[in-house]
Design a protein around this ligand. Structure first.
Ligand code: IMP
Ligand code: MG
Length: 184
């Protein structure tokens, strides 16, 4: 698996430091607000589990699962595979994402959830690829900005592989086959 990696973008140590900093920041910003962290599966699972252990205020956790179909169309389409298991009316929601790419997924989810009248919706993403944005999304919290490259590891996959790598990197070009059209 290691041999498939061309370049490491962020080491375990770099990720750990940033995630800790973010957990501390969120704990300050949401003091007394009992936030609900909503992880977007599957990519969030490693980031979110580390992040939560640096959050020092009372909070709850829930998950959503979505599929983003990315064909040649510019808008894409999102379908909900798993919805929240609780009411979010009046709650401070923090959406936890692995990577913000076109923004289609998060802008859809933000609209979808805002219909349920939460007190606020804030986005916390591990990585942001601003150059790829197609839909308007503002991520208040982002650990790393990345260039337009397909990254794997620390929860992120390529064809469901590499999520278990403890660091983030790019694969050797020969590993990437045709553009996949379903990403989650
Ligand atoms: P968006 O809707 O284009 O912002 O894409 C969001 C989802 O696509 C992310 O939550 C990821 O699951 C997936 N994704 C986007 N870029 C990458 C990448 O570089 N590596 C792995 N997954 C990615
Ligand atoms: Mg994701």
């Amino acid at each position: 698996m290691k041999n498939d990696i061309e370049r490491v973008f962020f080491t375990e140590e770099e990720i750990e430091a940033k995630v800790k900093e973010l957990g501390e920041q969120i704990s300050k910003d949401f003091e007394g607000k009992d936030p609900l962290f909503v992880g977007v599966l599957k990519g969030c699972f490693v980031f979110m589990s580390d992040l939560m252990r640096h959050v020092t205020i009372p909070c709850s956790v829930d998950f959503m699962a979505v599929s983003s179909y990315k064909g040649t169309t510019s808008t894409g389409a999102v379908s909900i595979q798993k919805d929240l298991s609780q009411n979010i009316e009046g709650r401070h929601v923090v959406m936890v994402e692995d990577i913000l790419d076109s923004g289609v997924t998060l802008s859809y989810l933000q609209n979808y959830l805002s219909g349920r009248k939460p007190a606020s919706i804030t986005i916390a993403t591990l990585m942001d690829k601003p150059s790829r944005r197609k839909a308007p999304v503002y991520a208040k919290y982002s650990c790393f900005e990345v260039p337009d490259a397909f990254v794997v590891g620390y929860g992120l996959d390529y064809n469901e592989l590499y999520r278990n790598l403890p660091y983030i990197g790019v694969l050797k070009p020969e590993i990437y086959s045709d553009q996949e059209d379903v990403i989650n």
